[in-house]
Design a protein around this ligand. Structure first.
Ligand SMILES: Nc1ncnc2c1ncn2[C@@H]1O[C@H](COP(=O)(O)OP(=O)(O)OP(=O)(O)O)[C@@H](O)[C@H]1O
Length: 340
């Protein structure tokens, strides 16, 4: 069997702080095939960004990968030297951040910024790079006639498009997009999401899309990984996670989507545990009205719901008590059953 394009295998990441070691990512695993879009969702602090950054070796200085592997076509990037990683970044795997200014240089015309990674990673001549940059800018909806302008002359949405052009210029196999639409207003968000969907269709680039907003996921992702307190608690196709969710945390997240009829936004009461000393069981247990006793003491393994769907909750154990999920989740399950 050919290995997946990208495979994150039991990744553990921690940060040294004055208060102790923050265990930000605690055994995350997922795999990505060419052209696939995986959305990683979860509340603030659940470890989404750290997972994405760890893939490219972009952790803050106080962070380290404690265990696990990140394999790109079978090659472990956690063992790669900084020099090797620099070759991978922006070529095989590139990253787009919430704030496009993280990757834009305010003092350089945008056209040159799109040309630069091409010149750095390939033998393209100046003229070739300029032509490629113009074409790409055009594709992301930026008038190539504006190539000589500077980032401040563009709106936030336009800057994010330029950042995307930079990320895509070397036709990477994987783009890691960390909340790329969060800072944008809703209509611009929709445009960027459409653009990502189109680029994925036309280029076959795989995408890891990090977001705390489940609402934007359905339109872009094939698969969804739900993270809580440094772990994936549920992973499935987008349909499975939206219509047949199994982990009470996913139920809570779905419950916090504004519903079409009420527009009301529920939030999950309580707050996540400290990652300095994470609880021994399911980290969500303390906030989980459906928790069984075992959830408080022993970390649940993944239980398979289907070949593409798994969730880590003792509610799925063969001897678990039958639980009636909240009404909105039951309604989702009914739609799932009806659609099968
Ligand atoms: N440099 C650092 N030093 C110490 N702790 C850190 C550092 N970077 C991240 N963390 C911690 O790691 C945990 C995971 O953070 P991460 O940024 O991945 O969360 P997130 O799910 O992406 O949240 P958000 O949606 O707010 O970006 C958090 O508890 C965070 O405080």
């Amino acid at each position: 069997m050919t290995p997946p394009l990208l495979e994150v295998d039991d990744l553990h990441v921690s940060f040294a702080t004055d208060a102790g070691r923050v265990q930000a990512v605690r055994g995350v695993s997922f795999a990505l095939q060419p052209g696939e879009v995986l959305a990683v969702v979860g509340e603030s602090g659940s470890g989404k960004s750290v997972t994405a950054r760890a893939i490219l070796g972009l952790l803050a200085r106080n962070g380290r990968v404690d265990a696990g592997a990140v394999r790109l076509r079978g090659r472990d990037l956690t063992r790669a030297s900084e020099r090797e990683l620099r070759r991978v970044r922006g070529k095989d795997v590139s990253m787009v951040f919430q704030d496009p200014m993280t990757c834009l240089d305010p003092t350089m015309p945008v056209g040159r910024q799109v040309m630069e990674p091409l010149r750095h990673h390939t033998r393209a001549s100046r003229a070739e790079a300029r032509a490629a940059a113009a074409e790409l800018l055009d594709r992301v909806g930026i008038d190539p006639a504006r190539m000589r302008q500077y980032p401040h002359q563009f709106s936030g949405g336009q800057r994010q498009r330029i950042a995307l052009a930079i990320a895509l210029v070397n036709s990477p196999d994987v783009v890691l997009a960390d909340e790329p639409t969060t800072a944008l207003d809703v209509s611009v968000q929709a445009q960027i999401l459409d653009l990502l969907a189109e680029l994925r269709r036309t280029t076959g680039t795989a995408l890891v899309f990090v977001t705390h907003d489940l609402g934007v996921v359905a339109s872009v992702a094939d698969h969804v990984a739900v993270m809580y307190a440094g772990r994936i608690v549920e992973l499935g196709t987008t349909r499975e996670v939206f219509y047949h969710p199994q982990h009470p945390y996913t139920w809570g997240l779905l419950g916090s989507l504004p519903t079409a009829d009420t527009g009301r936004l529920a939030t999950i009461p309580g707050s996540p545990p400290s990652l300095l000393d994470p609880p021994p069981g399911d980290a969500f247990a303390a906030r989980n009205p459906y928790a069984v006793e075992r959830d408080h003491v022993e970390a649940p393994p993944f239980f398979d719901v289907s070949p593409t769907h798994r969730a880590a909750t003792w509610l799925l154990a063969p001897d678990a008590p039958a639980v009636e999920p909240p009404a909105d989740v039951s309604a989702r399950w009914d739609r799932w059953e009806a659609g099968r």
